[in-house]
Design a protein around this ligand. Structure first.
Ligand SMILES: NC(=O)c1ccc[n+]([C@@H]2O[C@H](COP(=O)([O-])OP(=O)(O)OC[C@H]3O[C@@H](n4cnc5c(N)ncnc54)[C@H](O)[C@@H]3O)[C@@H](O)[C@H]2O)c1
Length: 417
């Protein structure tokens, strides 16, 4: 077998973009997977995705109403790609794993830590791969920053700042992102940042956090967030307002196992003075990351150099740095800044995810972001929310093990766990 056959589970906004991710991978000539089927209980979404795929791949994937039907009727299926609302991830992933299929799942891996654990256990029981789509870390800028830190160029990292402020009172993409039992914006956005923090600095040890719902009503956005037909339809049928049950503002101090302190601020409610800042400070320098999917270069400040190094200049002090061949094929060799707009960069990262998942299956090796890594990112966000409820600092190991779950208990009950 030199290519794997994947079925897409969930043909909403992100499911549509995954098709384009596969198209990006095919354009490199390095594709090792095909999307051969799609499923969605909303028949019109499944058919729209099948038509979109037909335009992109000159071959129409079969459309099904459920993952069970797809697994039963689609011949030679090897794996599924779960891209539904997060409260369904664990049940759909387990249904696929039980039928002998490998699973790639969008972030957040599961809606709660318990949901993630159920998925890890099912993958182990059935001997199948479980890979979590954490796309941000795959951006060339984050590959570079991780190397800068690992090679000790900034000395011992003692502090990281992770602030993302802005969001106002609009519904962020979909109403479910404001409902605790279905998603929750602190988890949905925060898990990206949690994964980056863990990717840069290793495991977290403890968290002291606080969170609240600031916007009690959110309003329908004026325009779709992406240029696809599915996104237009999704907005057209969206309710005018939603009453959030999920926190939209969180602040925290995270103490990493390696000693660094991380200052976390995720404010999805601010209408004014929005900003983004991600920086790591070490005993010999500091590095500033402008975020991902925007092609903006990182800036490295070294104490023994007068001027900071930006983008490709950083390669002067990291001469051996190379991106893997697929990232190079998508973004350009040693691409430290790139000219693609965010939408294009985003689908290239999705192409990378497909490639790495297929390689893990074809070569029987662990995926980069396996179930444990996916769980740790989810647990880091919940540690903030659990700490807010407990009013005290919490150890990550207690959140990861499920010993502390007061915040998540009602969500687990709602999703049948
Ligand atoms: N990595 C990223 O940058 C990124 C960006 C956006 C979304 N996401 C993630 O992608 C996932 C989906 O988000 P979205 O914005 O596409 O949501 P969405 O609401 O637009 O789409 C969800 C789709 O799943 C379908 N669905 C519901 N139940 C199903 C079932 N039982 N089987 C199959 N399909 C089912 C729905 O009908 C819908 O078409 C979420 O986990 C989200 O966090 C990730």
């Amino acid at each position: 077998m030199d290519r794997i056959r994947i079925g897409l589970v969930g043909c909403g906004g992100m499911g549509t973009r995954h098709l384009y991710g596969m198209r990006e991978l095919r354009r490199t000539g390095l594709a090792n997977a095909d999307i051969v089927a799609v499923c969605d209980p909303r028949r019109e979404n499944a058919e729209l995705a099948a038509s979109e795929a037909e335009k992109l791949f000159d071959r129409r994937p079969e459309a099904f109403a459920s993952v069970e039907e797809m697994a039963e009727r689609c011949r030679g299926l090897d794996a599924v790609d779960v891209v539904t609302e997060p409260h369904l991830h664990h049940a759909l992933a387990c249904a696929a794993l039980e039928r002998g299929l490998h699973v790639m799942v969008e972030k957040p891996m599961g809606l709660t830590v318990k949901a993630c654990r159920v998925m890890i256990e099912a993958a182990a029981r059935h001997g199948r791969k479980l890979s979590v789509n954490e796309n941000y870390r795959r951006d060339p800028v984050n590959r570079l920053i991780r190397q800068v830190i690992d090679k000790g160029l900034i000395g011992r990292p003692y502090q990281m700042v992770h602030h993302s402020v802005g969001g106002g009172d609009r519904i962020v993409i979909t109403p479910w992102r404001h409902l605790k039992a279905r998603g929750g914006i602190t988890l949905d956005v925060g898990v990206h940042f949690a994964d980056i923090i863990l990717y840069y600095l290793g495991d977290a040890a403890s968290v002291f956090g606080s969170a609240e719902v600031v916007r009690e009503v959110r309003h329908r956005p004026a325009t779709p967030n992406r240029p696809y037909e599915l996104h237009r339809r999704r907005l057209a049928e969206m309710e005018e307002t939603v009453r959030p049950t999920a926190e939209d503002v969180s602040v925290a101090t995270i103490r990493m196992a390696g000693g660094a302190a991380v200052d976390w601020r995720l404010d999805m409610a601010a209408k004014r003075l929005g900003y983004f800042r991600r920086a790591v400070y070490g005993t010999q320098g500091a590095i500033d990351c402008p975020g991902e999917r925007n092609g903006h270069p990182a800036t490295l400040h070294l104490e023994d150099r007068e001027k900071p190094l930006t983008g490709r200049e950083i390669l002067e002090v990291l001469p051996d740095f190379e991106l893997d061949p697929v990232t190079s094929a998508l973004f350009g060799r040693r691409a430290m800044d790139y000219p693609f707009p965010p939408d294009e960069a985003d689908i290239k990262l999705l192409g990378l995810e497909y490639h790495e998942f297929a390689e893990a299956i074809l070569n029987d090796r662990p995926p980069e972001v396996d179930g444990v890594a996916g769980l740790k990112a989810v647990a880091l966000v919940y540690a903030i929310l659990e700490s807010s409820v407990a009013g005290t600092s919490l150890r990550l190991e207690d959140v990861e093990s499920g010993k502390v779950d007061a915040y998540q208990r009602e969500i687990d009950e709602a999703i049948g766990l």
